[in-house]
Design a protein around this ligand. Structure first.
Ligand code: NDP
Length: 288
């Protein structure tokens, strides 16, 4: 098997960055995209533009998919012969969608690897970048070098849903924090400050989060919600302050109101003297 051949299907910014990384590494790269014209630069650099999806799949043992979501794979691959191929679907989606896609591919004679890419296109091929991979270990080991070339692979086991699960967990952390940044900037602007004015403090807060996660993980896993330093009642009062600062500034409060409501529920549930980590139980609807 020729492991220096790779096909990249889907040439959005991410797929183009991936195909470019393979060209840089001297791979024989075949590309295909639903809409024409996205492969011009890649072809100028030596990629082969497949005339159709069947030819694209036939060209290489490893077919990397970078589409809007996992489901786009079905219509894209259509009736192409997948026998003996390894599909590495690096498109984001839900864990169960990845599991269904793996079954679909296996029924057609292909091995299926799921990927969750932890970096933007500019991070592809760069040191420090990472990608979650899950699916059959044999297929992973066989194409590990090619996948590592995109970003250091973090193999999360044979369940094809697991790479997406880890990815989505990271995305929960990312989107809630990043939306928090937008919320803070909106309040800052309503008070005559700029995003740049608050950037140093945002950076400091982002840096401190690692310490909060580290301390909390050990306590939560040990079932310790004693919360000596950070009682839920104090946290709930603080969350009310951010809600009302936004309201007084004339800024939309929908996101902060949802936070405040959760903290209020925690206090009402009788957790006021314990750690705010008790909210995990409310969120997961676990028994106290
Ligand atoms: P884009 O949305 O820019 O590109 C999506 C690709 O999917 C294009 O090739 C597009 O084809 C194709 N596509 C869209 N809808 C369909 C459809 N219904 N059927 C077939 N093909 C379709 O995305 P990116 O390149 O930015 O990202 C690709 C994947 O990587 C996504 O799953 C994304 O979540 C993930 N990712 C992206 C990051 C980023 O920063 N960009 C970061 C981490 C992960 P066409 O050109 O014809 O429209």
């Amino acid at each position: 098997m020729d492991n220096t051949k790779v096909t990249v299907v889907g040439l959005g910014p991410m797929g183009r960055a991936m195909a470019a990384a393979y060209l840089d590494a001297g791979y024989e790269v075949t590309v295909w995209n639903r809409s024409a014209g996205k492969d011009t630069d890649l072809v100028a650099r030596g990629a082969r533009s497949a005339p159709g999806i069947a030819e694209a799949v036939a060209a290489s043992p490893l077919v990397v998919l970078s589409l809007i979501d996992v489901e786009a794979m079905y219509g894209t691959l259509g009736d192409a012969d997948l026998t003996g191929r390894v599909l590495a679907n690096l498109s984001s989606d839900l864990p169960d969608k990845a599991r269904a896609a793996a079954r679909w591919a296996e029924e057609r004679g292909a091995a299926y690897l799921t990927g969750g890419v932890n970096v933007p296109p500019a991070g592809i091929g760069r040191e420090g970048s990472s990608i979650f991979i899950s699916g059959p270990r044999e297929a992973y080991e066989e194409h590990r070098a090619a996948l590592d070339l995109l970003a250091a692979t973090d193999y999360r086991g044979c369940d094809p849903g697991h790479a997406q699960l880890y990815y989505q967990l990271n995305m929960i952390l990312f989107w809630t924090a990043y939306t928090g940044w937008y919320q803070a900037v909106a309040v800052a602007r309503a008070n005559g400050l700029t995003a740049s004015d608050i950037l140093p403090y945002a950076g400091y807060t982002a840096d401190t989060l690692r310490g909060f996660y580290t301390e909390s993980a050990a306590l939560v896993d040990a079932g310790d919600h004693s919360g000596e330093d950070q009682r839920l009642t104090m946290c709930a009062a603080s969350v009310e302050h951010i809600l009302h600062t936004a309201a007084d500034s004339g800024v939309d409060t929908a996101i902060l109101a949802a936070h405040a409501e959760l903290y209020r529920r925690g206090v009402e549930a009788g957790f006021g003297d314990e750690s705010s980590s008790r909210l995990i139980q409310l969120l997961a609807a676990e028994e106290a």
